[in-house]
Design a protein around this ligand. Sequence first.
Ligand SMILES: [Zn+2]
Length: 326
Amino acid sequence: MPTFPNIRPRRLRLNERVRRLVRENHVTVDDLIYPVFVTYGQGVRREVSSMPGIYNLSIDMLLEEIKKVEELGIPGVIVFGVPEEKDEVGSGAYHPEGIVQQAVRAIKKEYPQLLVITDVCLCEYTSHGHCGLIKNQTVDNDATLELLAATALSHAQAGADMVAPSDMMDGRVAAIRAKLDEAGFTDIPIMAYSAKYASSYYGPFREAAGSTPQFGDRKTYQMDYANGDEAIRETALDIKEGADIVMVKPALAYMDVIRRIKEQFGYPVAAYNVSGEYAMVKAAAKLGWINEKQLVLETMTGFKRAGADIIITYHALEVARWLREV
Ligand SMILES: [Zn+2]
């Protein structure tokens, strides 16, 4: 093995042209998915206080936001609903006139090309804030599956291009796949939140979506953040059940999980750069403690290097703009 002075790694860092030539990973606009929060009413554009630049939007305002997404060439959005009313069984999640179903129809009417992915879960629609039906103070897995499948089907019927179950119930991908296929939606892909951890990084999202659990926590269904092998088992199950894309959420503290899943399965992997990750950047930027643009682009490139094919991020609009500048 030749070594110094024959080998000088710094030669390939000599200037930007050389660095460009040997650069291994690139973030492009094609990698991005922008999460949006749609709510009831008209003319509503309510900023989430812990997520500057992110809003609860009524459908009319959402369409304006989506105009930007289209202009920037971002492939798609993932839609979360903030309903007017909640109940024990989360009926707003699967009602044909639910907020997400209405929003999807409106988006697809105006922007038929845009990839519209819907989050499939019950927690934004249940009065108790859990991701499924409650029985004996805990979430009843099997009874929840039917409602999740009904939710996914109602999204597909409204025109969604892809569904993304985020509940972490056992067997949900199979239940959704069967329901979609039975109704003739065999071409609708499932992006499964496969390795979704119980995380403190979700705090700002729960404010945005009004989905804080009213009792207990989500640790009986979301994963323990200490576990890596379990993420492999969860992902293997989702793929077996028919997931087309698998997701790791959150992203920043779970780069190793992204890498392991990519290497193990060779499936398209989505990294969800979550609300708490976004909020930390925005807070530090506001204080002038970091260079926001450079830091965010570094983080996005890190996701790619870890093995992510898709990055779901609240920074999507600004990243798309910054990529045009460089
Ligand atoms: Zn949920």
